[in-house]
Write a protein that binds this ligand. Structure first.
Ligand code: PLP
Length: 383
């Protein structure tokens, strides 16, 4: 019986195993390593946020929330986007989602059709390609150049009448690169020649930007009727376990996205939405970049005398380290060795590429307490 079932089951994602984040975190637990692999903070919530949570516990916020999200949260997001990104949206252009991942998946499900081409910039966050494949779309992978900048020539030559969507992530995971206004302007100049191509801009690290550059795609008026932006409160407010995020899109697109959202999720955690809305009214968003900048400086200082070479990090909470002075092993093998023998779990970055990537580079997450970073750096400096 089991055999008959298996012979009829055709995997929709045959080449996909467990994600590298799950694998490295499991290995880290097994070897009691310090986990700098997965991108989540290990420090407590702001006490003001905790107080809001305590107050809201006894409110009537434990049943289904409205399908598009709580109006008070969408209102707070509207103000945030107006203040921080200088764009005026109506709350009908904002949808609350179960994290950025669901926003991305839902937008692709709603807007990409079979055989449509979707440009993915490699190295890429791992949920993009499976979401495209599940709708029968074709992933067109364009790598960043050697300096981790957008390869505008290759993007231009990949665009054609079948390109339904381009997915951009800025600030960029895993490289920590920030594509500045100049690169973005040139990209938009190219996209203006392809008015049918939607732009899905994954901006989950929008408030962890150490440059003075405005990185949001909200700033480009010519794109606004085909732009979907994705954000994550997990990243912005250090609550990755809540899985609450949002997307913005013009009305003709968000109405299609909402049709999928309605049957995929319907309603996102009401208590979390209420609490985030209250917190957004009091939090100073600028403190986020400042706090992560201190952590970045601390880690970089601690690793200064190590044998690793630190690559530039302009945004996100990821620092890339080059280990080519230490070993010529492949990055996956070296990351496993580092976890087992040195006790520090990292992420090998070749897994984010479709094409072969042979540089000897690992990703460290510095969204960690000072103590965790110091201990991890001490171990890394022993090598
Ligand atoms: C680039 C990028 N996009 C999306 C996500 C997913 O965010 P969420 O946890 O809100 O689903 C992540 C999480 O690591 C990410 O790094």
């Amino acid at each position: 019986m089991q055999e008959i079932f298996e012979s009829k089951l055709q995997s929709k994602l045959p080449n996909l195993g467990t994600t590298i984040f799950t694998t490295m975190s499991a290995l880290s637990n097994e070897h009691k390593a310090i986990n700098l692999s997965q991108g989540f903070p290990d420090f407590p919530l702001d006490t003001q946020f905790e107080d809001i949570l305590k107050q809201n516990l006894s409110k009537n916020v434990h049943q289904y929330a409205p399908m598009m999200g709580l109006p008070k949260l969408r209102d707070a997001i509207q103000k945030l986007i107006s203040r921080e990104h200088n764009r005026q949206l109506s709350i009908d252009e904002i949808l609350i989602t179960s994290g950025a991942t669901q926003a991305i998946f839902t937008a692709i499900q709603a807007l990409v059709n079979k055989d449509d081409e979707v440009i993915i910039i490699d190295p890429a966050y791992d949920c993009y390609a499976p979401a495209v494949k599940l709708v029968g779309g074709k992933c067109v992978h364009i790598p960043l150049n050697q300096k981790f900048e957008l390869d505008l020539e290759r993007i231009k030559s990949a665009l054609n009448d079948n390109t339904r969507m381009l997915i951009l992530n800025n600030p960029h995971n895993p490289t920590g690169a920030v594509f500045g206004k100049d690169q973005l302007k040139k990209l938009v100049g190219i996209l203006n020649q392809f008015p049918n191509c939607l732009v899905l801009s994954d901006e989950v690290y929008e408030f962890i930007n150490f440059t003075n550059e405005a990185i949001t795609m909200h700033q480009f008026e010519s794109l606004q009727n085909r732009l979907i932006t994705v954000s994550s409160f997990g990243k912005t407010l250090h609550v990755t376990g809540w899985k609450v995020g949002y997307l913005t899109a013009p009305k003709h697109l968000i109405s299609e996205i909402a049709k999928v959202h309605q049957y995929l999720v319907f309603s996102v955690n009401h208590y979390a939405q209420e609490s985030i809305a209250d917190y957004l009214n009091i939090v100073d968003i600028d403190t986020i970049s400042r706090m992560y900048n201190q952590k970045r400086t601390l880690l970089q200082g601690l690793l200064e005398n190590s044998r690793f070479n630190l690559l530039p990090c302009s945004g996100t909470y990821f620092q890339l380290i080059d280990y080519s002075d230490i070993s010529q092993e492949k990055d996956v093998d070296f990351a496993i060795w580092l976890t087992k023998e040195i006790g520090v779990a990292t992420i090998p970055i070749s897994v984010f590429f479709k094409e072969e990537f042979s540089q000897k580079v690992l990703r460290l997450c510095f969204a960690k307490s000072e103590e965790t970073l110091t201990q991890a750096a001490q171990r890394l400096c022993q090598i």
